[in-house]
Ligand binder design. Structure first.
Ligand code: SAH
Length: 441
């Protein structure tokens, strides 16, 4: 079949040759053997020079991706061509340029993509086993992606507690971006130990584990042939190896200290005098009074349906969506914050909720701050019904009306009457439900 195709029409193989010597797959080898032409960036073509003797070879320089693609595609109209790319051809490689070219020109070319061992795989293997679970790949090159986008993606990855592989960490003209990225890591996660691997599976290979502060001091130790691995909170660094266990120890956040437990117990004694009783409702009321110092909350908090429904939802693993960061940071569990998705600056929380409307279905939604967010959730809930809503926006404009709207929905909720409420009240109620969900495990 291969030979017939060779004679009758062309074909374009886009071949990943792996991020290092001998990391090429058997399938890649067969494609190269079958090809009449080999097209690629000089460095990659040299890497496979033993395998391409007698072939017609076309090489181009760095940053000449479009030219390389054009040559390969034109040749592939009549001949079998391997367009080779380091590592995997899709990851910061040549493949997206091929698709762009072919789709733009509406060409019908027979294309076969052969995946390759990417730098993240090669580097992880040399460091031990840092990428055992959820991980993110980020390139610090701002040639094609603006720096502010790169930086915000890095922030999200760090906050999401992903293991992060950093490609293109530095070049002679871009050292300061590496330092900015390291400063961000230092600020958000501290002086972590970073895996630093240069020329994995190539001549000049070096494997090191360095503190973020060391890299900030000596950025010249990291060059364009290096990939960095940022650990997550589960990653263990020992005897020069990095290892992230599959079983995560950080599912929950904000475990209480002994002192905090003592204070909570003392205050609970006093609160029990104001609101006796052992139902979940009683406990929610006590939490609201504790957080505001205002006993009138016993009359302010109103329940629709059974608050146990909220506990059940959390136990079932329902996602938690909150309106503002202030609620998020106080929670004992991971949550999604609507303002992170906002597009419209004027009503940030409402815009954020609209953007992620579909995610509200089956979720536990908590609004502590913004009446306009509560109104947006009221509208969204008609189509994408949450399992439970807590709404305690505070203030004199629309707060009361927005909460009445939420409590009129045909689903279980906890709201506060009138002008009273706030993010702290919202967090207190939600933490109470979360603790119950954990307790009755
Ligand atoms: N398509 C390639 C990546 C190309 S971007 C892949 O899938 O691996 C180039 C970046 O890849 C480099 O700046 C470096 O960060 C990383 N890289 C590629 N090969 C590497 C190697 N052998 N050792 C360490 N990093 C490597």
């Amino acid at each position: 079949m291969g030979v017939l195709r060779l004679q009758s029409r062309g074909k374009l193989y886009v071949v990943g040759i792996g991020a290092g010597n001998d990391l090429l797959t058997l399938r890649a080898l067969r494609a190269i053997e079958e090809s009449e032409y080999i097209v690629g960036y000089k460095k990659y073509v040299e890497e496979i020079s033993d395998l391409i003797k007698g072939k017609k070879i076309v090489t181009t320089g760095m940053r000449e991706e479009i030219k390389r693609v054009e040559i390969a595609v034109e040749l592939a109209k009549k001949s079998v061509v391997s367009l080779v790319s380091g590592g995997d051809p899709s990851i910061y490689g040549i493949l997206p340029f091929v698709f762009e070219y072919v789709m733009d020109k509406n060409l019908e070319i027979d294309i076969e993509v052969i995946p390759g061992v990417s730098a993240v795989n090669a580097v992880s293997a040399l460091l031990g086993c840092p990428i055992s679970g959820d991980h993110v790949v980020i390139s610090l090159s701002d040639l094609l992606v603006p720096w502010n986008v790169i930086e915000s993606r890095l922030i999200y990855a760090l906050n999401g507690d992903f293991v992060i592989a950093i490609y293109n960490p530095s070049s002679s003209s871009r050292k300061e971006k590496l330092v900015r990225a390291m400063n961000l890591i230092y600020t958000l996660r501290g002086d972590l130990q970073i895996g630093v691997v240069k020329n994995a599976f190539r001549d000049g290979e070096s494997i090191a584990i360095m503190r973020v502060s060391e890299i900030i001091e000596k950025p010249e130790l990291v060059d364009m042939n290096t990939t960095l691995i940022v650990p997550n909170s589960d990653t263990i660094v020992k005897n020069g190896k990095m290892f992230t266990p599959r079983k995560s120890r950080v599912a929950k956040m904000g475990a209480k200290t002994t002192k905090a437990v003592e204070i909570a117990e003392k205050s609970s004694e006093i609160l029990r005098k104001i609101v006796p009783g052992n139902t979940l409702r009683d406990e929610v009321l006590r939490r609201c009074i504790a957080t505001t110092g205002d006993p009138s909350f016993a009359e302010v908090v109103q329940f629709r349906g059974d608050p146990e429904e909220g506990v059940k939802a959390i136990k079932d693993g329902a996602r938690i969506i909150v309106d503002v960061k202030m609620v998020k940071v106080g929670l004992r569990m991971h949550s999604i914050c609507a303002t992170d998705f906002a597009e419209d600056e004027d009503t940030k929380t409402a815009s954020g909720f609209k953007k992620i409307a579909k995610l509200l279905k089956g979720s536990v939604v908590a609004i502590g701050n913004s009446p306009s967010a509560a109104i947006a959730v009221y509208e969204i809930a008609k189509e994408y019904k949450p399992r439970f809503i807590i709404a305690t926006p505070v203030g004199f404009v629309n707060a009361e009306e927005s909460k009445q709207m939420i409590s009129s929905l045909n689903l279980p909720s906890i709201t506060t009457k009138g002008t009273k409420g706030g993010s702290n009240v919202c967090t207190a109620i939600l933490n109470c439900l979360i603790e119950h969900a954990e307790r009755s495990d």
